[in-house]
Write a protein that binds this ligand. Structure first.
Ligand SMILES: Cc1cc2nc3c(=O)[nH]c(=O)nc-3n(C[C@H](O)[C@H](O)[C@H](O)COP(=O)(O)OP(=O)(O)OC[C@H]3O[C@@H](n4cnc5c(N)ncnc54)[C@H](O)[C@@H]3O)c2cc1C
Length: 458
């Protein structure tokens, strides 16, 4: 098996070099800002803090290695969208707030592209947009209505457009494919190259990253780590799905798993059949989310939502023979029968964080100097950049348009204790899977099971 600092993903395996964590340096007695977690959120926060105030002494404390968590093992969809936007634009009272977040997220995709170019982070960024395919005939009407709803809220044809079956198949020859919604606001990236590249960039700018230094608790003016205490007037937590590892933060974030597979590089003849010529990302409309991208080296990287383990168990690495990965691989093969005869070479998974209200939040308390950003529920590649910029503005007391966004201080209540949490998540998952199965079998919308799923999950 791989080294303990290897998260087991294809992305880590395909880095030019996967260096072991730096030998832990002695901890400084004091820093100006202590950031907990070296994923996208923590590193973007360090990046923008350093950019605004290069003299600030910023340090990042990471339990394992840079990008070990979700940031170094995800689907690489850098989306101009985030959880909670749909909910806001459906209600007249919150349309404006929803549109403001959506527009800020669209700009975020370009911001990430710009920084990568400016800082020479070669993360295979390709803004090809994303396709959400209708895989059941009755979805066509539903999805067209969704596009109309978005246009009514203020989006244009440039933002979301319905592609008929022929055009959709021309872009992505997936089976079945009855049409698709296309949006250009998404880029495909190599997530480990982005997170590790960002780590190197901030290090060069003077930010210290202390790997293998888990934070056990923190509070006003200090953090406690497995290697000692550090004083810091500002402490920012960026631990997403791992938040429960810190004392006092139990039940704030549900660790939910997502599972991925990657194929061997596929020949041009196969890609000529499949499409994705602009490296568009893609998914479909089922409740148990799927997501895919064509990597720069012509593999399929494809994933689906996994589950939740009793008591919020956090598995550091998902072994490639985990049975839930069979389902993800089979789903990919069902959608693309042309893959028969081609190997899936990598299988892995990881955990992401879901807050009780299922949408991101950014918090900073001036009195205690503590703050946090996260709660992306599987949609954090782009959102972590916006959240980090908001957090930096809050810390530096800059009033900007992004500090007015709905994410600010939108704190969720805690999750229910066990076994209610486990029963609830199992029930929602079962409803989603069952409704999907009924719809495939009958070719009709599942009013009962789907209705219940929508009621509980939205
Ligand atoms: C398989 C998978 C696929 C996904 N696909 C997509 C996608 O395609 N698009 C998308 O937008 N989102 C996707 N996501 C979600 C996305 O990856 C996350 O939302 C995002 O990476 C969160 O970044 P983060 O920095 O907040 O958290 P993480 O990247 O999880 O970083 C948290 C860091 O904190 C460290 N840590 C934990 N506890 C402590 C502690 N006590 N002390 C110090 N450090 C600690 C961890 O080791 C970790 O490195 C996916 C997630 C998974 C797991």
């Amino acid at each position: 098996m791989s080294e303990p600092y290897d998260n087991g993903s294809f992305w880590f395996a395909s880095l030019d070099e996967l260096t072991p964590p730096e030998p832990p340096e002695e901890l400084p007695p004091q820093v100006d800002v202590a950031i907990i977690g070296a994923g996208f959120t923590g590193l973007w926060t360090a990046y923008y803090l350093n950019k605004a105030k290069p003299d600030l002494n910023v340090a990042v404390f990471e339990a394992n290695s840079v990008g070990f968590g979700a940031s170094g093992r995800n689907g690489g969809w850098c989306m101009g969208w985030a959880m909670g936007i749909d909910e806001m634009i459906q209600k007249p009272k919150t349309i404006e707030k929803g549109m403001a977040v959506a527009r800020a997220m669209e700009e975020t995709v370009d911001e990430i592209g710009r920084v990568c170019q400016g800082e020479n982070i070669d993360c295979h960024f390709a803004k090809g947009g994303t396709l959400t395919v209708a895989t059941r005939p009755f979805e066509v009407e539903r999805m067209q209505a969704k596009v109309a709803e978005r246009h009514k809220a203020g989006f244009s044809e440039e933002d979301f457009v319905w592609l008929d079956e022929a055009e959709s198949k021309r872009r992505l020859n997936m089976t079945p494919n009855f049409g698709a919604v296309y949006t250009p606001h998404c880029a495909s990236i190599h997530p480990a190259r982005l997170v590790r590249g960002l780590g190197n960039v901030v290090r060069k700018k003077g930010v210290k990253i202390f790997e293998q230094t888990a934070v056990t608790s923190y509070g006003h003016g200090k953090i406690d780590t497995v290697r000692g205490q550090v004083s810091a007037p500002v402490v920012l937590r960026a631990t997403e799905g791992y938040t429960e590892s810190i004392k006092g933060h139990e039940r704030e974030m549900l660790p939910v798993y997502s599972m991925m597979v990657a194929t061997e590089p596929l020949p041009n003849s196969v890609w000529n059949e499949i499409g994705l010529r602009n490296r568009e990302t893609f998914g479909d409309n089922r409740r148990t989310t799927i997501y895919g991208q064509r990597t720069l080296d012509n593999r399929f990287a494809f994933g689906g939502r996994g589950g939740y383990y009793f008591g919020s168990e956090r598995k550091a690495v998902i072994p490639p023979d985990d049975p839930s990965l069979d389902f993800v691989e089979q789903t990919l093969r069902d959608l693309f029968p042309i893959l028969a005869g081609y190997r899936v070479t990598d299988r892995w998974g990881g955990l992401m964080g879901a807050p009780r209200h299922w949408r991101p939040s950014v918090v900073f308390d001036k009195q205690t100097g503590t703050g946090s950003a996260g709660g992306y529920t599987g949609e954090g590649v782009g959102a972590s950049n916006l959240a980090a910029r908001i957090l930096v503005d809050l810390v530096l007391e800059n009033q900007t348009p992004i500090t007015e966004l709905a994410w600010v201080n939108d704190v969720a209540r805690r999750w229910e204790p066990e076994p209610i949490r486990w029963i609830g998540t199992k029930a929602i998952r079962w409803l989603g899977e069952h409704a999907d199965r009924v719809e495939v079998r009958s070719g009709k919308p599942s009013k009962v099971w789907g209705g219940l799923f929508d009621r509980f999950f939205g």
